[in-house]
Design a protein around this ligand. Structure first.
Ligand code: A5P
Length: 228
């Protein structure tokens, strides 16, 4: 059985009929969408999703879940997603799936942001396992790289994909640079955001609407984290 089974079930049980929900991207989000699909099939509940990627859209549509666009006036009841790292202050690194821009828009547009992670995602210091993804306008590559050097970046790697020649394009048609910094904090994130050509970065901070569900890597038991 998948370790994150209980986690995905618990998140899917938060769904109430008639809600409009933001769907995240990557493996955890996929499991949750599938569990929601099971409820749709068994209970006949109607929900609408706003998706952060083509992959999540395809999974949802196959399961009979309507996917709509984020249009003016639409209220998202809540959204769910995974993360690459979570620090004790609930700052996150996200973006290994190439959908960080839409993920951040959806997380900010939702009344509640439900994060689903396994305990190995909990870190003391952001950047301990993963580089920070930064999404940029392709033509700004040289300029942005030079500005990141001024901010102390140690390594910049253009994101690539398998069976894809050259750099990969994000869900929003941009490049993603995976950037290693000696220290990652909110202040650095704000400075990165000010660089012309940077569209968004994968440091998610200041989400007072966030709830975190975490499952143990030993037995998959789920707990709801309490904010420090
Ligand atoms: C997608 O762009 C990412 O932000 C994911 O949410 C993050 O990489 C977590 O992925 P998994 O759920 O596959 O661990």
């Amino acid at each position: 059985m998948e370790l994150r089974d209980k986690l995905a079930t618990e998140i899917s049980n938060l769904v109430k009929p008639g809600q409009t929900i933001g769907f995240g991207t990557a493996t955890t989000a996929e499991l949750i969408i599938k569990k929601i699909g099971e409820r749709v099939a068994k209970e006949g509940i109607k929900v609408r999703g706003v998706s952060t990627s083509l992959a999540s859209t395809e999974i949802a549509l196959k399961l009979g879940i309507d996917i709509i666009s984020l249009y003016d006036g639409l209220v998202l009841d809540w959204c769910f997603d995974g993360a690459d790292e979570v620090d004790p202050h609930w700052n996150l690194i996200k973006g290994r799936g190439g959908a960080l821009l839409k993920e951040k828009i959806i997380a900010k547009s939702s009344k509640e942001f439900v994060l689903a992670v396994t305990e190995d995602k909990l870190v003391q210091t952001l950047g301990s396992k993963y580089a920070l993804p930064i999404e940029i306008i392709p033509s700004s590559l040289s300029y942005v790289s030079a500005e990141l050097l001024k901010l102390g970046v140690k390594e910049i790697t253009k994101r690539t994909g398998s069976n894809f020649y050259g750099p990969l394009f994000s869900e929003s048609g941009n490049l993603i640079l995976d950037c290693t910094f000696p220290k990652l904090d909110v202040d650095l994130g704000n400075k990165i955001k000010l660089i012309t050509g940077v569209v968004e970065h994968g440091l998610f901070s200041g989400f007072s609407n966030m709830r975190i569900f975490c499952c143990s890597n030993k037995d998959g038991e789920v707990s709801s984290l309490v904010r420090a």
